[in-house]
Design a protein around this ligand. Structure first.
Ligand SMILES: Nc1ncnc2c1ncn2[C@@H]1O[C@H](COP(=O)(O)OP(=O)(O)OP(=O)(O)O)[C@@H](O)[C@H]1O
Length: 223
């Protein structure tokens, strides 16, 4: 839930008011899609939800976390335990194989054997078990994104933030990624998807558009 939220970035030369009076309530288990021009504030919105950034004012509450007042350490713990983040550019570690990339988020916290078993299960779910020992540079873009999704699911997140997850992919891979996200959503995970793809923008229970830092609810117009 975001209530009257503003976010400004301060650079050496200017103050950039990126999010303006954002108000939105997202029910647990829903699927929210956000479209909007480049630079309108979509990624910043996601960064507030994940607790990476903090708002200037207003309220940001995500599950049990009051991100407005929580300290950095608490926000990091919340992110680690409850949030999965999927990026357009995958953000895999090229020096580690697919399996290790998926294991990374949990490795510091659980026994290696347990982590590996879980990573193998998730790689199986996204259809990548045969690629588990490949390096990221040896797999396709679609496979990289499926690896990144498996990694994002390692902590059994209640919320998955997908920032243009299919932006670099062809139609076939886009559809595969969406199919996986749909399966995850069926299990009750909340999904927030930022996309420029008009077909994907039509997907979801809630449809919003970000324009110049304002978030507009487009849901009613589509029902
Ligand atoms: N750390 C930062 N410091 C200063 N300005 C920033 C910072 N991060 C983002 N901005 C600026 O804030 C504005 C919104 O950025 P944001 O990444 O949220 O947009 P976006 O809608 O996600 O764009 P795109 O669709 O291109 O990813 C942009 O003008 C960007 O240049």
């Amino acid at each position: 839930m975001l209530h009257n939220v503003n976010k400004t970035y301060q650079t050496s030369t200017e103050s950039l008011h990126v999010l303006k009076e954002i108000n939105v309530t997202i029910e647990s288990g829903s699927w929210l899609t956000i479209t909007g021009p480049s630079g309108s504030g979509k990624t910043t919105f996601m960064r507030l939800l994940s607790g990476i950034e903090q708002a200037d004012n207003g309220e940001v509450k995500v599950g049990q976390l009051d991100a407005t007042i929580a300290a950095e350490k608490e926000r990091r713990r919340f992110r680690r335990n409850h949030v999965g983040y999927v990026f357009q550019d995958f953000q895999l570690f090229n020096q580690f194989d697919v399996l290790t990339n998926v294991m990374i988020p949990l490795l510091p916290y659980e026994p290696r054997k347990v982590v590996e078993e879980k990573a193998v299960q998730l790689l199986d779910m996204v259809g990548l078990l045969p690629r588990k020992n490949h390096m990221p540079l040896q797999i396709s873009g679609g496979e990289k994104q499926r690896t990144a999704i498996a990694r994002a699911l390692m902590n059994d997140p209640q919320l998955i933030l997908c920032d243009e997850p299919t932006g670099n992919l062809d139609l076939e891979n886009r559809n595969k990624i969406m199919e996986i996200l749909r399966e995850v959503h069926k299990k009750g995970v909340t999904i927030i998807l930022v996309t420029h793809d008009p077909e994907l923008a039509d997907y979801g229970d809630l449809k919003f558009e970000m324009r110049d830092g304002h978030l507009f609810n487009k849901t009613e117009q589509n029902v």
